[in-house]
Design a protein around this ligand. Structure first.
Ligand SMILES: [Zn+2]
Length: 532
């Protein structure tokens, strides 16, 4: 039987990650991120601050579908107030969450200067808040803000904050390197010292990346006994970011020093999804995935052909620190298509399509996928478009409708009261069963007008697409200059709550959008089981 201790992973992408400059998550974004985290198998997801803003309040009001446990985040009770007289704290206690993660000062300097209260009152705020969360039937956690800097200034007080939470029954006390300047050997030493007061099985680490060592600091804390790591997807976060869970997970699972010491809740299958999840998350942020990202980047296992290439093919382990396929990545020197093909087959099977591995049509499909990805398509971000392409290649997409032509015009003018206004009008001609259908739509922009026109009259399919709704629309210009290519990602949903992502790529934004729209409608018709 395994003697390994359980290590818990706690994601704070939705809360701390949302502090990243330029990032502003909508409710839809947050739900999509939760689905990604669930696919990996993260233990805890921190949703944000219920009661503090509209998006987070709406998120906590959603019906719970996630497998992970869900945590609300907020301050301990305010100094000089009682728990029952603190509305912010009451919002946390009443939220639909499994846990409350409180944040409290643990550096006496901040207690005096920022909180303007006494050290003892801060300790009482911690105990009372933890007690109240437990009484509300939730697990209680405490983020000790500025713990490492506080420990260097006043170790007795910093540890007293952690102990106050532990004595009050907190499940987790998380030591935070809020300013991100602590170094790995310091983290290891300090966490080890704290385990003499609070058992490591109750300690977590929350590291920021200001010296690019958030991952190393998290690992150092685990070596010293901490058993929870807080981090974010792709390491997003304030300033230089948080500890990157996407780098931490493979290290914890594949490197013997950690794999023999601790066991995470991530399955082999979850690990295999990591490359996909990391890239899909970047697409959701509308930014290009980092090719040099450890483990999951496109270059992480790429070798330039040359002397290494043939040796690499014979004995890959001599040139790779871990096997790329374990994290769902690919060796990139192989142009023989074998690695690409097995990946393609598993993507097809994941889409619920059965396929014979010897089917020659797979080679054609693989070539098409590669050509399209070179042209700018990103199927990690658009599984519905991938599914349509795969089904089409394997001969199982009916020819529902053909678009004969479309036209869109935008008029900028002054209205009756002299205000500037812009109106778009689109005309779409489709052919269904040999019959030509023309429909006209108006919108506040060309894409909106095209969408309205396309979905206004789809003949015999109209009833099947009535509940199709566009949720989100993202545009990215892929390369600068006059040769710019536009990539459009569309998120759709229907009354069942299912959401799907489709993609279009073209030098022309209208064409790219229309392509993604057509895929969205086609996916919906396939899902409805519509016949030709
Ligand atoms: Zn933080």
């Amino acid at each position: 039987m395994s003697k390994r201790e359980r290590l818990f992973l706690y994601d704070t992408t939705l809360r701390d990650g949302a502090q990243t400059p330029g990032i502003d998550f909508s409710l839809e974004d947050k739900l999509a991120i939760i689905a990604l985290l669930d696919e990996v198998g993260i233990d805890w997801i921190e949703g944000g601050y219920p009661g503090a803003n509209q998006t987070d309040t709406a998120l906590f009001a959603q019906p719970r579908k996630m497998k992970a446990a869900f945590a609300a985040f907020g301050m301990t009770r305010r100094p000089g107030r009682s728990v029952s007289n603190d509305p912010g704290l009451q919002d946390l206690l009443q939220s639909k969450s499994d846990a409350v993660c409180f944040v409290a000062k643990s550096w006496d300097y901040h207690v005096k200067v920022a909180l303007k209260t006494t050290n003892d009152e801060n300790l009482a705020c911690i105990s009372d808040s933890i007690t109240s969360a437990i009484a509300a039937g939730k697990q209680a956690m405490l983020d000790c803000e500025h713990f490492f800097d506080g420990y260097k200034a006043n170790p007795v007080y910093a540890v007293a904050c952690a102990r106050a939470a532990h004595d009050a029954g907190a499940r987790w006390i998380i030591l935070c390197d809020t300013n991100g300047g602590t170094l790995p050997h310091e983290v290891e030493e300090i966490v080890r010292a704290v385990t003499a007061e609070v058992p490591g099985s109750h300690l977590g680490i929350h590291a920021h990346n200001d010296t690019e060592q958030a991952v190393a600091n998290s690992l150092a804390a685990v070596r010293a006994g901490a058993r929870q790591i807080q981090g974010t997807l792709n390491g997003i976060g304030e300033r230089c970011g948080n500890a990157n869970l996407v780098s931490l997970i493979p290290t914890l699972m594949l490197k013997p020093a950690y794999a023999e010491l601790v066991e995470t809740g991530i399955t082999q299958l979850g690990l295999e999804r990591l490359t996909h999840i990391s890239r899909a998350f970047d697409e959701l942020l509308n930014r290009a995935p980092n090719r040099q990202a450890p483990y999951v980047g496109e270059s992480a296992f790429a070798t330039k052909a040359g002397i290494h290439a043939s040796a690499l093919l014979k004995e890959p382990e001599t040139y790779e620190h871990v096997p790329p396929q374990v994290i769902g990545n690919n060796r990139r020197v192989l142009v023989s298509d074998q690695a690409g093909k097995s990946n393609l087959i598993s993507e097809i099977e994941r889409a619920g399509i059965s396929v014979d591995k010897a089917d020659p049509r797979l080679d054609t499909l693989l070539r098409e996928v590669k050509e399209r990805e070179t042209a700018g398509y990103a199927y990690d971000a658009a599984p519905a478009s991938f599914q349509i392409m795969a089904r089409r290649a394997l001969g199982s997409v009916p020819n529902f409708f053909e678009v004969d032509s479309f036209r869109v015009s935008v008029e900028h003018r002054h209205n009756a009261v002299g205000e500037e206004t812009s109106v778009a009008e689109a005309v779409v001609k489709t052919i269904i069963d040999g019959e030509r259908i023309m429909s006209v739509g108006e919108g506040n922009g060309p894409i909106n007008a095209l969408d309205t026109a396309l979905r206004k009259d789809l003949g015999k399919y109209q009833a099947r697409i009535e509940d199709l709704e566009l949720v989100d629309y993202k545009v990215r210009i892929l390369n600068g200059g006059t040769g710019a290519i536009t990539r459009v990602l569309i998120e759709s949903r229907d009354r069942t709550g299912e959401r799907w992502f489709t993609i279009g790529v073209s030098p022309n934004i209208v064409d790219a959008s229309f392509e993604a729209l057509i895929d969205s409608v086609t996916y919906k018709l396939l899902k409805e089981g519509a016949g030709p």
